[in-house]
Design a protein around this ligand. Structure first.
Ligand code: F6P
Length: 549
């Protein structure tokens, strides 16, 4: 259905007038005026707790934002996604990552096929295989159990599994060391191959399309490396594939008995729940992998059934929209206060920016508002000692999502309180800031001269009033990790609906791929690189020159 331009909708216009009133709001005052602000602007679901009270908004703002979500058809679009309708319009596909975590026995028929049954048939194969590798009955060519697993994939075939394997580090099998090679840069593969042994290494070639240039080159290199010691007939014990493209897998030389399939209705960046998560299942065991799926399913059920005003992904999306649209926030910083979530910001970059980094509507018209902010971040407390200076006192307002677990998965004394204290202190500092009067009083108490105080006050003042969300879980477990990923998936979906964006394609990455192929031919052959601009020509000539002995 064609959507009207966002800024012409009744609910958007109501929000715009409200935003004009809210322009000068100070969060300090909002908190002082309403002792119920914390309970009013928090929600819990699927083992997660979201505190969005440290944003420049009030209950009325939320009401208006919910009106907007309703007017843009979030509920209908959500239901269409869960039902398997072809909501990926530009590729004419269903969007069914939620079906990957449906409980066994639940039917969902799409195009005459029970996708629930298909999903569980593959999960059963994943279980059988992972059990064998983990219990040491899957042997390498010389009869030894596998010790090292190398996932070769890129984008969604790398970021999700890598992030989840790191996040669930404390559940990992003690014998199995997991490695991830994604970059076409040979230094990536070289560094990993230097650590492993031909006899005990298993490669997973993970690619939805099985045509991605980086993955294919890395897989060929891995194959060549293996064949330095192993024989052709040993390949089947050391190479498995995860893909939707059976023909290409078999052409590559991987036995299709060793292939774990998935389907075109799973977007690459939404694929960690499919067999693309094989490395996760191998690392933590099928049982915990399944628990991760159950955590995501719990968030799916919440998203599917909770009223919009109490719906965590919807609220996270709406608050993000408010900050982007009416506070002019051009970026969103993700700050996990959990070292094991180290790769979570990188994972969210693809999820959010590849989905909603678009400038036209589904109908092909320019979107009449800004769309996806730049997503970036780093674990706390490291981030505090790197770039938080700018977030506190720089000229841009950058909203932050703080993510933390109330309990650690280690028992090292003193660390967890120190970590949480920093997390909560930062969100308080961003909200409150420090006024010039407060700075002055502090410096007077230290006995500084008035001249020195005048000099220092502007530098030591924090504007505050800077927005953040805090997402808490009891502990980082397979279930809470599953819920956390699903939370952000649905948040991205809701924002895409509000902007009326085609969130499930990624044509924007194609142009560079095509040009890279052309330039690679020029670098490798005698083709004259004269057809580009002078900069590109010059760089190509330099690279070719560097090859001359
Ligand atoms: O080029 C972008 C992209 O298509 C991503 O969307 C995808 O996750 C990645 O490449 C890898 O694709 P594949 O799994 O098909 O190798």
């Amino acid at each position: 259905m064609r959507q009207p331009a966002l800024t012409t909708t009744v609910s958007y216009q109501a929000l715009q007038s409200h935003a004009a009133e809210a322009r000068d709001w100070q969060m300090r005052q909002l908190f002082a005026a309403d002792p119920q602000r914390f309970p009013a602007l928090t929600v819990d679901a699927a083992g997660l707790f979201l505190d969005y009270s440290k944003n420049r908004l009030d209950a009325r703002t939320i009401e208006l934002l919910v009106d907007l979500a309703r007017e843009r058809g979030v509920e209908a679009q959500r239901d269409a996604m869960f039902a398997g309708d072809k909501i990926n319009l530009t590729e004419h596909r269903s969007v069914l990552h939620t079906a990957l975590r449906m409980p066994r026995g639940k039917q969902l028929v799409v195009d005459g096929q029970d996708v629930g049954a298909d999903v569980h048939a593959v999960l059963d194969r994943v279980k059988t295989f992972t059990d064998k590798v983990r219990n040491g009955t899957w042997l390498g060519y010389s009869g030894k159990p596998i010790t090292d697993i190398i996932n070769i994939g890129i984008g969604g075939s790398d970021l999700g599994p890598k992030m989840a394997v790191l996040a669930l580090r404390s559940y990992a099998h003690p014998r199995l060391k997991m490695h991830f090679v994604s970059n076409v840069d040979g230094h990536d593969m070289d560094a990993v191959l230097a650590q492993v042994n031909h006899e005990t290494t298993l490669f997973i070639v993970a690619s939805k399309t099985f045509t991605t240039a980086e993955t294919m080159l890395n897989a060929q290199t891995a194959r060549r490396w293996f064949l330095c010691e192993g024989r052709e007939e040993d390949l089947a014990r050391h190479f498995v594939a995860v893909s939707t493209n059976t023909e290409a897998v078999s052409k590559f030389g991987i036995d299709t008995d060793n292939m774990f399939p998935f389907w075109d209705w799973v977007g690459g960046r939404y694929s960690v729940w499919s067999a693309i998560g094989l490395s996760v299942a191998l690392a933590v065991g099928f049982g915990y992998f399944q628990t991760m799926l159950e955590g995501a399913h719990a968030m799916d059920e919440h998203f599917r059934t909770a009223p919009l005003a109490q719906n965590m992904p919807v609220l996270l999306a709406l608050v993000g929209f408010w900050n982007r649209q009416f506070l002019g926030a051009t970026s969103l910083s993700i700050a996990p206060y959990h070292q094991d979530l180290n790769r979570f910001p990188a994972y969210l970059q693809q999820l959010d920016m590849e989905s909603n980094g678009k400038r036209v509507t589904k109908g092909g018209q320019p979107v009449d508002t800004p769309t996806c902010p730049i997503v970036w971040g780093e674990c706390g407390t490291n981030a505090q000692h790197a770039y938080f200076q700018l977030l506190h006192q720089g000229t841009d307002v950058v909203p932050i999502d703080f993510i933390a677990a109330l309990r650690a998965t280690h028992d090292l004394e003193g660390h967890h309180d120190a970590l949480l204290a920093n997390c909560f202190a930062q969100s308080e500092a961003f909200m409150k800031g420090k006024s010039a009067d407060e700075v002055r009083a502090e410096l007077q108490a230290q006995g500084l001269t008035e001249a020195k105080i005048d000099e220092l006050v502007p530098h030591k003042t924090f504007p505050g009033n800077r927005p953040s969300n805090t997402i808490l879980m009891d502990q980082l477990t397979p279930a809470t990790l599953g819920a956390l990923i699903a939370l952000y998936e649905h948040k991205t979906f809701v924002q895409g609906v509000i902007w009326d964006i085609a969130s499930f394609d990624q044509w924007g990455v194609e142009l560079g791929k095509v040009l890279a192929k052309k330039i690679q031919a020029e670098l490798e052959g005698d083709v004259d690189p004269g057809a580009h601009d002078s900069s590109t020509n010059g760089l190509i000539v330099m690279a070719k020159g560097a090859k001359v002995p």
